[in-house]
Design a binder for this molecule. Structure first.
Ligand SMILES: [Zn+2]
Length: 276
């Protein structure tokens, strides 16, 4: 029997009573905390889920460390985004002829941050459920149930957060790096202006000047939890503009199934606070 209490943010209060088939737990490795959270929603107690990039680190310019090599060696299943992180891992898996199953989740572009769109996250849950079921057939039905439940929850969350952002949807805002295109799409917001247009590139004087002009007409400028630099001040000094901080990896939120919905809610709360 499968029973879940319905409430806003049901993941926080979900009581699922179907027992798992008695199987050894899967050892899964994920790249970033939001993906770790989505996998947790589907795998529940039936897996040990490891994390490669800690939430206070940036996944950009990723280099594999010895401790991380061990995590890859242990893993039966590796679930990663197509990003800066994936080439190093795929290369390692290839070169060691590791038997781990790898699920690489395609993003709309390599530098995209598709996890900030619940629409994408919802579609990934199906792929996660399928790969888990292929490795642990006895629990296939349970994975499918958990995935469907998580999809319903994220769908409701998206509707709720979109409504919350309704009053600020036409306001323009500035972000540190170009990470929020998919996020803005998912919530019908104006596409933000990014100071750094690419993760690899630092903004030059001409770019800073251009963004400063846009900042004069903008409601808010957001620094980022994973990037500590002075560009925000250069662009906004002396201007009448709101200041906020966005955390697209949920660095202060405990890992697990609740991480993703809380991370999204924190982003939306911060946008609303600063632009409202
Ligand atoms: Zn980024």
């Amino acid at each position: 029997m499968y029973y879940c209490k319905r409430a806003l943010f049901t993941l926080l209060s979900c009581f699922c009573t179907t027992a798992w088939a008695q199987q050894p737990k899967l050892d899964i490795l994920t790249d970033i905390a939001p993906v770790h959270s989505l996998v947790s929603m589907v795998a529940g107690e039936q897996a040990n889920i490891d994390l490669l990039v800690q939430p206070n680190q940036s996944p950009h310019n990723f280099v594999l460390k010895p401790s991380q090599v061990q995590s890859i060696q242990r893993a039966q299943l590796i679930i990663i985004l197509e990003s800066d992180v994936s080439p190093a891992i795929l290369q390692y898996v290839d070169s060691t002829q590791s038997k781990a199953t790898v699920l690489t989740i395609a993003q709309s572009s390599e530098e995209s941050h598709d996890w900030l769109s619940p629409t994408h996250a919802i579609s990934w849950l199906s792929a996660i459920s399928e790969v888990l079921s292929s490795l642990d057939e006895a629990n296939a039905q349970r994975y499918a149930q958990q995935a469907t439940h998580a999809q319903n929850t994220l769908h409701m969350l998206q509707q709720q957060l979109k409504a919350q952002l309704g009053p600020v949807k036409d306001k323009s805002f500035i972000v540190y790096h170009d990470a929020y295109t998919q996020f803005a799409d998912a919530f019908d917001l104006q596409a933000p202006t990014a100071i750094a247009q690419s993760d690899a590139r630092t903004p030059g004087a001409a770019r800073l000047l251009k963004v400063r002009k846009i900042a004069q007409q903008s409601a808010c400028i957001f620094a980022e939890a994973q990037h500590n630099d002075g560009y925000i001040d250069t662009v906004s000094e002396g201007l009448d503009i709101g200041h906020g901080i966005l955390d697209p990896l949920g660095s202060t939120i405990p890992l697990g199934a609740d991480h993703y919905p809380l991370m999204m809610k924190n982003l939306v709360d911060e946008l609303q606070r600063c632009m409202g």
